[in-house]
Design a protein around this ligand. Structure first.
Ligand SMILES: [Cu+2]
Length: 462
């Protein structure tokens, strides 16, 4: 691989985060950078250890990373794996060169190399981080963590539980099964075999009776689209995909679960039962029945709170678009033309394409001359008219910008800011945004098998 040959790939500037000796990047940051070392790990899900996992330590899930709204954050990401990687900070509206997308915003981080990331999040909320190179393998093997941007002033909750929801695809011997197959990649994707929250099966978290708990839930699985319900508690949904709600969402009940697709997050205020030893259970409402994901048990000295004590979260400062002047851009998600083989770059390929945006499958990483699927003018308002012409659901994720749905031919959607919208079968949804962040922004399905078999592209803002 000749790195220099990719210099012409896009208009993105590949400066600012060089491979070594970039102390200057941290000049604006008063704090020491986090040292994140991507490494192989092992963990006990079943009887024995599952080997060949990927995390940031040798025997634990990737940690929750916290930063404060409006304050600089920096991380040194070191790759100790024998394959390339790159780190993406999902949902954060950051400078393009910090976005962690190989060939679009940076070089892949090769074995033994360190990449420096530094940015300041203007938004508070619940986000997550994951690799954007060798994505199928490294996410399936464990490398997904929750990223929290705390509000400038801490809201008044009694407690907090952070849940990283995901599956692992392991066999009875505790070792990984194949993460993908062509048959499933061309349909809904390959599901895992063990459902976890924070790498545990139905962990129990204890909170005082009557306490108001902030639940932060992130769906970081490669494939599973959760239908979440809380059984036995009361409360209010506060935020979706990092952003406090503009339009209310109903309480996630077994009758009306909330869909949470790969990449999406929810912040929920849960009022614990007033009595001791009562359980509230977060469940996935699968077609085959309710699957418990995590349990919240009232335990300890009671806190006598009511629903009226739930604090409101301050809105993030997202510029609202002007629907009257918004230009419409049409995007179609569907099958790919036959016979196209993706380029086998160092960031991984499944070897075939099934999916496309506007009939063009992503031709593989490190291909020169790939055009953006849309070119937006900085500061201009747009409607992205997104049409899913397939029978499968696609959580479509846009980096660097947020948008809100304003119309759908199938669903009544709350018009909340998001970075990931789940398009259902044959749905056409209009979303509104202001192109307020310059750069080349990755735009793809977050079912990783769909992303890696063609359902990917990028949107250019200049
Ligand atoms: Cu998809």
């Amino acid at each position: 691989m000749d790195r220099r040959s990719f210099l012409t790939l896009s208009g993105a500037t590949l400066m600012g985060a060089a491979l070594s000796g970039t102390a200057g990047v941290f000049a604006a940051s008063g704090k020491a950078p986090h040292d994140l070392k991507i490494q192989t790990a092992r963990y006990k899900f079943l009887d024995g250890f599952t080997e060949n996992m990927v995390s940031l330590s040798k025997d634990a899930p990737p940690p929750v990373i916290r930063m404060r709204q409006g304050e600089p954050f920096a991380a040194n990401v070191t790759n100790t794996l024998a394959e390339a990687t790159a780190m993406h900070w999902h949902g954060i509206r950051l400078p393009n060169k910090m976005d962690g997308v190989p060939y679009l915003t940076q070089w892949p981080i090769q074995q033994g190399e360190t990449w420096h990331y530094a940015y300041t999040s203007k938004d508070a909320g619940t986000y997550w981080y994951h690799p954007h190179c060798m994505t199928m393998d490294q996410i399936a093997r464990g490398l997904t963590g929750v990223l929290i941007v705390d509000e400038r002033r801490d809201p008044d909750f009694d407690a907090e539980t952070i849940l990283n929801l995901r599956d692992f695809r392991i066999g009875e011997d505790g070792q990984f099964l194949a993460f993908s197959s062509p048959r499933r990649a061309s349909r809904a994707g390959t599901l895992g075999t063990v459902m976890t929250a924070n790498w545990e099966q139905n962990p129990v978290y204890r909170h005082p009776p009557g306490a108001i708990v902030r639940l932060r839930v992130a769906a970081t699985d490669t494939t599973r689209i959760y239908r979440l319900a809380l059984q036995g508690g009361a409360g209010r949904v506060l935020a979706a995909d990092g952003h406090p709600l503009r339009a209310p969402l109903s309480w996630p009940s077994p009758e009306r679960p909330i869909v949470l697709a790969p990449g999406q997050r929810l912040d929920i205020a849960l009022l614990m039962p007033a009595d001791e030893a009562q359980d509230v259970v977060l469940t996935h409402m699968a077609a085959s029945g309710a699957k418990p994901l995590a349990t919240f048990r009232s335990n300890g000295t009671p806190v006598k709170r009511t629903l009226g004590d739930i604090p409101d979260l301050p809105a993030n400062e997202v510029p609202d678009a002007d629907p009257a002047s918004a230009k419409i851009i049409e995007l179609v998600f569907g099958w790919s033309p036959d016979g196209l083989k993706p380029n086998n770059g160092i960031c991984g390929t499944l070897g075939y394409t099934f999916w496309s945006i506007n009939r063009k499958p992503w031709p593989g990483d490190a291909v020169e001359g790939i055009r953006p699927v849309a070119e937006l003018r900085l500061g201009q308002s747009y409607v992205l008219r997104m049409r899913n012409e397939s029978p499968n659901a696609h959580p479509i994720h846009l980096h660097g910008l947020v948008f809100r749905p304003i119309r759908s031919n199938k669903l009544k959607r709350a018009s909340n800011w998001t970075d990931t919208i789940v398009l259902t079968k044959n749905e056409t949804a209009d979303v509104l945004l202001v192109a307020d962040n310059p750069g080349d922004w990755a735009f793809h399905c977050h079912v990783i098998e769909h992303q890696k078999t063609g359902l990917a592209g990028y949107i250019r803002v200049t």
